[in-house]
Design a protein around this ligand. Structure first.
Ligand SMILES: [Zn+2]
Length: 294
């Protein structure tokens, strides 16, 4: 399926993931498994979720997309990859014959925004934070949404409401979306819940671990039960508290090791051993962390 790992495809990948290992960018990407499935959250809320939390599935299909079904059409949060479009539309058709009216992008990375161009061509209005729209412009992406917001915004369709709030963390302008009626928050890559697709920040796109922690602390003040991450299965608010603590501990441990003048390799090995973090895609994040957290 992939004979070569083209630079175009490389450009669509989150920078942090590309930095994961020098070898990765030169290899053919791992083969994907079977296509994503629909995971029901509520009667009107579904996640289009990859079956395997592998880099192969991530590259082929993109991250989680969440569909909020209303009488007036669908609000879609993230758009999966460009090549997953037909399968995505087929799955949404099993939920309603109404069209996708809005696509809210949690951030600019191709595994979340890649399908947006085709959805826009079908008539959907696409929205992203102005900060992450600037990231799309900077990356010279072919599709740039016309509509962007700063700080916060509110979207209502068919009587159902989505509250959009901008945070810095994974990128300079991640969007978290609260669905009050569904008691659910969608976090994009401010959170991943599978160890095989670890949480990282993207320094090239303005991300920051320190801001990530502050952002999650703000988010935890909001009222919800369910948390939908950018990759991996949905979790509870209680589990988000645990993951916030885990990454806080990773930051503290990293700061300590920087002060002890440990090498990047030593830090990586310690974080992998102690937190099951620091290998694979997260290994490439440590160079930036050593600059930010020193
Ligand atoms: Zn991302």
């Amino acid at each position: 399926m992939y004979t070569s790992f083209s630079s175009r495809r490389a450009a669509l990948l989150p920078l942090g993931l590309l930095l994961a290992s020098a070898a990765f960018a030169q290899q053919a990407p791992p083969a994907p498994g079977p296509p994503p499935t629909l995971v029901k959250v509520k009667d009107d809320l579904y996640i289009v979720q990859n079956q395997a939390n592998t880099m192969g599935d991530l590259i082929a299909y993109g991250g989680n997309a969440t569909a909020y079904v209303t009488d007036a059409g669908i609000i879609l949060f993230d758009s999966k990859s460009d090549r997953e479009h037909d399968d995505l539309i087929a799955k949404l058709k099993t939920l309603t014959d109404k069209p996708v009216k809005y696509v809210v992008l949690t951030h600019n990375h191709g595994d979340h925004s890649g399908g947006a161009a085709q959805l826009a061509a079908m008539g959907a209005t696409v929205v992203i934070s102005a900060a992450d729209r600037a990231n799309l412009v900077k990356a010279n992406e072919k599709f740039i949404p016309d509509l962007a917001f700063m700080g916060q915004a509110e979207l209502t369709l068919g009587g159902k409401r989505a509250e959009l709030r901008q945070f810095r963390g994974h990128t300079r302008g991640d969007t978290a979306i609260l669905l009050p009626a569904a008691r659910t928050i969608i976090l994009g890559d401010l959170l991943t819940t599978a160890d095989t697709i670890p949480m990282i920040v993207n320094y090239g796109d303005g991300g920051s671990w320190t801001d990530w922690a502050n952002s999650i602390d703000e988010i935890l003040k909001m009222d919800f039960d369910n948390v939908i991450p950018g990759h991996g299965p949905m979790i509870s608010k209680a589990r988000l508290v645990e993951l916030r603590a885990k990454y806080g501990n990773i930051m503290t441990r990293t700061r300590d090791m920087i002060r002890q003048k440990k090498t990047e390799k030593e830090i990586q090995e310690a974080l992998t051993q102690e937190f099951n973090w620091g290998f694979g895609p997260s290994a490439g994040n440590i160079t930036g962390m050593m600059l930010e957290l020193r």
